[in-house]
Design a protein around this ligand. Structure first.
Ligand SMILES: [Fe+2]
Length: 285
């Protein structure tokens, strides 16, 4: 059962433990993420004035956010039905869960909480291109809800593999921009350092065909070259793409196709299409 109404952030009612949970998570991730998360995400947390001293106030964040990109945070109880969620994004409103996980749940919770939303999602809403991408995504979602379950499945995969679990290629190596990763200590390390998952160049149709796991770290991450190129690659009308993909098989989360470009930790180590062999893995220090 979903709660769909917008709720005011009950800031005065947060307990000392709530602020302590925020402080612990904030301190831990801020120590871990330099050199892992994309620089702008960390800089934007500072621009918002986020610190470990207290849970940020939505109304204060909104002053900065409205002025920068016209987005606004709204408080919600938790996950929203697709149509309500897309409707908010299409109006440049980002739903943020008002409650934070308990101190004994720091490493895993099964649904998004305030830390995931504020620390992970909100900083990039200050980036004008990413802000426009999120808005376009919401508008695409409004259309997809009218097209049916298959279109929604494709669009959800795009969100999952970009907004939640995306990696970004930079001159300094791969960097995290997905909120699902930056709000997780374990996955912030695993996604860049582990030899297990695939890191594949972003391709819209490929992403829309790729299954994902929600109960463990990802088996595949898709790497974009920048927010501009992500926005460009997703600018077209998805209607014909959904129709084309109706006859395509889903791709397992573990699969690598001959056409994939495979990355590892900032180094493009092989081109499967060219039959190149992977050199020894380089684990960044
Ligand atoms: Fe999320």
């Amino acid at each position: 059962m979903y709660a769909t109404e917008v709720v005011a952030q009950p800031w005065d009612n947060y307990s000392r433990e709530d602020h302590q949970a925020w402080a612990t998570l904030f301190r831990r991730q801020r120590a871990l993420l330099p050199g892992r998360a994309c620089r702008e995400l960390l800089e934007n947390q500072e621009r918002f004035g986020m610190s470990e001293s207290h849970i940020p106030r939505f109304d204060e964040l909104n002053v900065t956010l409205r002025q920068a990109t016209g987005w606004e945070l709204i408080g919600v109880e938790g996950l929203l039905p697709d149509d309500v969620f897309f409707g908010h994004l299409s109006q440049r409103r980002f739903p943020v869960t008002w409650w934070i996980r308990k101190l004994d749940q720091l490493d895993y919770i099964s649904e998004p909480d305030l830390f995931h939303d504020l620390f992970g999602h909100v900083p990039l809403l200050l980036n004008p291109v990413f802000a426009d991408y999120m808005h376009a995504y919401g508008c695409g979602g409004v259309k997809a809800t009218k097209l049916g379950a298959d279109a929604l499945k494709r669009l959800t995969r795009l969100y999952w593999y970009t907004v939640e679990f995306g990696l970004l290629r930079t001159a300094d190596g791969l960097r995290i921009y997905g909120a699902g990763i930056v709000s997780s200590k374990g996955e912030s390390i695993y996604c860049l350092d582990s030899p297990v998952p695939n890191r594949l160049g972003f391709d819209l149709r490929r992403v829309m065909r790729t299954q994902f796991r929600i109960d463990t770290y990802q088996e595949t991450y898709f790497v974009i070259d920048g927010f501009e190129s992500l926005f460009e690659a997703t600018r077209e009308d998805f209607g014909p793409i959904y129709a084309d993909l109706l006859t395509s098989e889903d791709i397992a989360a573990t699969a690598i196709l001959p056409s994939d470009n495979v990355h590892h930790a900032g180094h493009r180590v092989r081109d499967v299409a060219a039959g190149g062999a992977a050199p020894a893995l380089v684990i960044p220090g």
